[in-house]
Ligand binder design. Structure first.
Ligand SMILES: Cc1cc2nc3c(=O)[nH]c(=O)nc-3n(C[C@H](O)[C@H](O)[C@H](O)COP(=O)(O)OP(=O)(O)OC[C@H]3O[C@@H](n4cnc5c(N)ncnc54)[C@H](O)[C@@H]3O)c2cc1C
Length: 497
């Protein structure tokens, strides 16, 4: 029976990104996907800088960037089109080394992820393979799946199985996890159109139509693609509202059938759910398999990519037996303890935003819901830290920026998957670095700006670029470094904080 380090069930964006990351770490990885091709219905249109940075690691950012559209921000308007709230987004290169937000077409991303994976020798991808049984045997997991192209049942084993198998996850059932419910369950009609020619009047902003009778969202996608998400009222039939004649009626305030073709329409029930357990023994969950969010923040897929960025290096450590016994267990437990509160915070914010779009039809209502310091309504991006896990002190678990080195290159290009010390010159001088741990100083780069944001003189970054902790003295930095073994992807005795 063929044996793998990691078997990934599901080849959506979460599974594909994890396969890239594990492949880069040299892990023998299998991806099993029951469908032949990527999912065809309308889904994600937005990702942020943190996600583009992960795409940078796996070598697809440069090719993805030209397929994206600029995103000037989000506007909230009332039924008459009056602006209730403007939420501009920063433009240009931000702290992550990328723009704050990108508009994209999910099938473009999935194609790129899949095309590039073909070049990774450590990763085997098998489509039309439906996993129907997994058994954790203690020292490994046995998976059974049907290869539908050959009508044959096969078995493989793996040290770990990651269920990236979407909202109806089979692996979640094996983990026997319930879902925590954040209370949002609504039907929305999602319509993707392709304009016959540009219609500048539609604008480049995302627009939230705060119309209590029929809340809706408009999104400017790349090229001539445009997206509307429109509430389905309780007495409306999902099939009826998806029919082209009804869709055009609903779009009539923006567009006529002569101006565009309907690319795809679907009614989704948007949920707000987080799995109670993300891991049981050698089975783990990532992506929609362990959390589902209403799409108002454009963060569902982003959360899945954050999951695998947190998980890949921990799995790499576990598979390389760099951390053994209890310590491996503790390390893998930090995946859920770190990621779950972060994912939940994004979902709670999306639910709040959904409530606003549904109910706040006036400026006063928005002001009451989003009070800014100057008395106006104010909306801000969130960047919650990780939950408790591997880290030391109150500055652990923060996403750190990506310094640009003096030669113009970004830090992660030069030090991929490594622990990195980022320090001011004084703390860096005479530093005894463990083998394989990289150093970026303030005189070699613009790291000073990033350290100032953390309010520290030095930090040690994990491979996922979250802080292990912060230091203001040489002794504090030495203590942080003691936690890192002399190996580019090895942690010593992870400690819970
Ligand atoms: C209308 C809409 C708008 C959205 N907008 C955004 C947005 O702007 N930004 C954003 O970040 N997110 C957005 N999302 C969410 C985003 O699309 C999802 O979070 C993302 O696609 C989930 O990726 P995944 O890889 O975790 O799961 P999926 O893409 O669902 O992939 C799971 C895969 O597992 C396979 N599978 C399942 N069971 C098995 C099995 N037993 N054996 C083998 N294979 C199996 C499935 O066939 C599927 O290919 C939106 C979603 C919707 C519906």
């Amino acid at each position: 029976m063929e044996h793998f380090d990691v078997a990934i069930v599901g080849y959506g964006p979460t599974g594909a990104t994890l396969a890239h990351l594990l492949g880069q770490c040299g892990l023998k990885t299998l991806v099993l996907e029951k469908e032949t091709a990527a999912y065809h219905l309308p889904r994600a249109v937005h990702f942020d800088a943190e996600i583009m940075r992960v795409f940078q690691w796996i070598g697809i950012a440069k090719e993805m960037e030209p397929k994206t559209a600029l995103h000037p921000g989000m506007r909230f308007v009332d039924g008459s089109g009056k602006l209730l709230l403007d939420w501009p987004r920063p433009q240009g290169e931000g702290p992550q080394g990328w723009r704050a937000n990108y508009r994209f077409h999910q099938p473009d991303l999935e194609k790129l992820l899949r095309d590039q994976l073909a070049g990774r020798s450590d990763v085997t991808v098998r489509t039309r393979c439906d996993v129907f049984n997994v058994e954790d045997k203690g020292d490994l997991v046995e998976l059974r799946f049907e290869d539908m192209s050959r009508g044959k049942v096969e078995r493989v084993t793996a040290k770990y199985v990651v269920g990236c198998d979407g909202a109806r996850s089979l692996i979640r059932r094996y983990i026997e996890s319930d879902m925590e419910d954040y209370g949002f369950h609504e039907r929305w009609l999602v319509v993707d159109v392709i304009l016959n020619q540009d219609k500048p009047a539609l604008g480049n902003h995302s627009i939230q139509y705060c119309v209590p009778e029929r809340p809706a969202t408009y999104v400017r996608c790349p090229g001539l693609r445009r997206r509307w998400e429109i509430t389905v009222l309780p007495d409306e039939d999902s099939n009826e509202i998806s029919k082209p004649e009804r869709v055009w009626e609903l779009l009539s305030g923006w567009l006529t059938p002569e101006e565009a073709v309907l690319e795809r329409t679907a009614v989704y029930v948007f949920h707000s759910l987080v799995a109670e357990r993300w891991r049981k023994g050698r089975l783990l969950l990532a992506g929609d398999a362990c959390h589902q969010t209403p799409p108002f923040m454009g963060q569902g897929m982003c959360a899945g990519i954050r999951d695998v960025s947190n998980l890949y290096w921990k799995l790499a450590l576990a598979c390389q037996d760099k951390v053994i016994g209890q310590s491996t267990e503790a390390l893998l437990d930090t995946y859920e303890s770190e990621r779950k509160p972060n994912a939940a915070e994004y979902i709670r914010t999306a639910v709040r935003l959904g409530g606003l779009i549904n109910a706040a039809g006036t400026e006063e209502a928005l002001r009451a819901a989003l009070p800014g310091a100057d008395g106006t309504a104010r909306m801000e991006s969130i960047a919650p830290p990780l939950g408790q896990g591997i880290g030391y002190g109150d500055k652990a678990g923060r996403l750190f920026g990506q310094p640009r080195l003096a030669d113009g290159r970004l830090m992660d290009e030069v030090h991929p998957h490594q622990f990195v010390v980022v320090a001011d010159d004084e703390l860096a001088s005479g530093l005894d670095l463990p083998d394989g741990v990289a150093l970026v100083t303030t005189s070699q780069s613009n790291a000073g700006t990033h350290l100032a944001r953390l309010e520290a003189k030095a930090t040690v970054l994990r491979p996922d670029r979250h802080t292990l902790g912060a230091a203001d003295t040489k002794d504090e930095l030495a203590a942080l470094l003691e936690r890192v073994l002399p190996n580019p992807i090895t942690l010593n005795e992870p400690e819970m904080v």
